[in-house]
Design a protein around this ligand. Structure first.
Ligand code: ARG
Length: 574
């Protein structure tokens, strides 16, 4: 996108000998008060160079540069050169660029040659993939899309919770009460019921606890019977998870999961020992993190079994060795803040300078109006059910709105699932929030349906223009069109938002905050709707119509790219 400060510096530098354009560019500022122009240039630094008083320099420069097509007007006010960018020039450059870049509008190559790992979703095998997992899944997917758009090579990792003592419990419970057909018919809910029953019956049956402990120990030793059972449970669970990922069009490059690191842990423990970091504490092996204000990192428990953190250490090192990342991102709830502080600190103490490239992207909790969730008590809301409900609720709404019968299936799917995903990406990720159907599916709110609907509205305007007038617009049209009809306040506001889209994309990636793109996309949609309501687009005057169609088309492209970065489809009809 055109860099106005640079353009301005190039123009000024033609009249200032002895100062490089780059240096001038540094001095160009954006006045806080817009009545002082879009940009201002203070002339103090030129006084010595030109041996003139700054106000005189400002006055002379104003006269010289004011004819440039970039400016609407240039004023000298004391030592300042106040520059007002030409709306026509601005609009043309925005429309040209958005139209020419198309699906790539907002893209950059800042990440060329760099690798980012985004670990996200990472549900636990044999446990429900529930509403609590939605945030990591949707935020992680958006971060993947953002970094990909900025030219990074991105590896999507799903660090499945497919290991740990709970598998001992599930195996023990399955052996007591389970049967294969039931699990295969309904893997997660059957396994969940077994897990819940285990916790109930364990209270009065200590033998059960012992069976679970033994089953896990056998699994750790790699005994065939336990390993086979575990593998089967993993496969069945994954089938169910993948069904949900497919509904959201989400995929991963690496599904390793925690179990993958079992045989890589002894080396890590050995390394910790060699580096003098391990300490014994009540039979457990720990790394003391007290000097850093953190509770100790437990590496092995007193019964010798390994734990979550140890697997994460092995995994972090594996990620570095395998992918040589420039950045390794973990999209995990803020309940695990301490865990990641410990993890990154231990890596740093091990001497891995890349520990600084590991980032915990945390987020707040989702709750339901009816209360919080608990896997142990079996009170869960499955993500799959939420998505299905979204689709059926949307079906009701669009049927009532009179959507074309042959579009109802597709629209309910795209809009319903899009609405849930959009909602997850709407507010800053750190905020806790309550899941509210009415808000999510409100076609007039700052929602997915509203933005998708606006996109479809743009598409429909363009279709009508083609049918009625044979008009089509592209980057070439933007180069030559008379743009005076789209310099009105509503139109100009929209152009400014289109212009700001690439910066929003970059900002979102820099802050690991997809909601910046969400909010910007909403603003573009709102600005388009204002323009659409304030002004008639399909007027008889061809010049005016084409200018307005150009703006419509650029707005539509920006909305589409924004939704795409959030992992949401942009329907052309609905
Ligand atoms: N499976 C874990 C859970 O559901 C999340 C894993 C997070 N990632 C990690 N590398 N520790 O709580």
């Amino acid at each position: 996108m055109i860099n106005f400060r640079k353009e301005i510096a190039d123009i000024i530098s033609q009249y200032v000998e002895g100062m490089e354009p780059a240096e001038i560019e540094q001095l160009v500022e954006v006045p806080a008060d817009t009545s002082h122009g879009d940009y201002a240039f203070p002339c103090f630094r030129l006084a010595k160079l030109l041996r003139k008083a700054p106000p005189l320099i400002a006055a002379e420069l104003a006269e010289k540069i004011s004819g440039a097509p970039l400016f609407e007007k240039v004023e000298a006010v004391n030592a300042f050169l106040n520059m007002f960018i030409s709306k026509e020039f601005f609009t043309r450059s925005v429309l040209e660029e958005a139209m020419a870049a198309g699906d790539g509008y907002g893209r950059s190559d800042e990440g060329a040659g760099k690798t980012v790992i985004v670990e996200f979703s990472s549900p636990n095998i044999a446990k429900p993939f529930h509403i609590g997992h939605i945030r990591t899944t949707v935020i992680g997917n958006a971060l993947y899309k953002l970094f990909d758009f900025l030219g990074y090579k991105v590896i999507r990792m799903n660090h499945l919770g497919d290991y740990g003592t709970q598998f001992g419990k599930i195996i023990a419970a399955y052996r007591r009460w389970g049967n294969r057909e039931e699990v295969e018919a309904n893997p997660i809910s059957t396994l969940l019921a077994l897990y819940v029953r285990f916790h109930e019956e364990e209270k009065n049956d200590p033998a059960l606890t012992e069976e679970a402990r033994e089953a896990f120990a056998a699994l750790e030793r790699g005994e065939k019977a336990e390993k086979d059972l575990w593998q089967w449970i993993r496969d069945e669970s994954l089938k169910e998870f993948k069904r949900v990922y497919d509904m959201m069009d989400i995929d991963f490059d690496d599904w390793s999961g925690e179990s993958f690191y079992t045989d890589k842990m002894p080396a890590v423990i050995e390394e910790l020992k060699e580096k003098g970091l391990l300490k014994e504490s009540q039979g457990a092996q720990i790394v003391d993190l007290e000097p850093y204000g953190l509770t100790p990192a437990i590496i092995t428990k007193s019964d010798g079994t390994s734990i979550y953190l140890t697997r994460d250490l092995a995994s972090a090192i594996y990620r570095k060795n395998t992918y040589d990342f420039d950045k390794s991102i973990y999209v995990v709830a803020s309940q695990q803040d301490l865990h990641f502080k410990q993890l990154f600190k231990v890596l740093e103490l091990m001497g891995y300078e890349w520990a600084k490239d590991c980032v915990h992207v945390n987020f707040g909790m989702v709750s339901l109006p009816e209360g919080t969730l608990s896997t142990r008590k079996g009170r869960v809301v499955f993500l799959e059910d939420v998505l299905k409900t979204a689709v059926s609720k949307t079906r009701e709404i669009v049927t009532e709105k009179g959507v074309n019968a042959d579009l109802i299936d597709e629209t309910s799917k795209v809009v319903g699932i899009g609405a849930v995903m959009f909602n997850e990406l709407s507010s800053g990720r750190i905020k806790d929030y309550v899941f509210d159907w009415d808000e999510i599916l409100n076609f007039d709110g700052e929602t997915g349906p509203y933005v998708q609907y606006t996109h479809a509205r743009c598409a429909s305007v363009l279709r009508n223009a083609a049918e009625k007038f044979g008009d089509t617009v592209d980057a070439k049209t933007a180069e030559n069109a008379d743009l005076s009809p789209v310099l009105t306040p509503a139109a100009y506001e929209l152009s400014k938002l289109i212009y700001a889209f690439p910066a929003a994309v970059k900002d979102a990636a820099d802050k690991y905050e997809p909601s910046i793109v969400t909010r910007h996309t909403v603003k573009v949609a709102q600005a388009f709707n204002k323009f659409y309501h304030d002004e008639h687009i399909l007027v008889d005057d061809g010049t005016e119509r084409r200018a307005k169609l150009l703006l419509t088309s650029a707005a539509m492209q920006t909305i589409k790219n924004g939704l795409g970065l959030l992992g949401i489809k942009a329907p052309e009809r609905m």
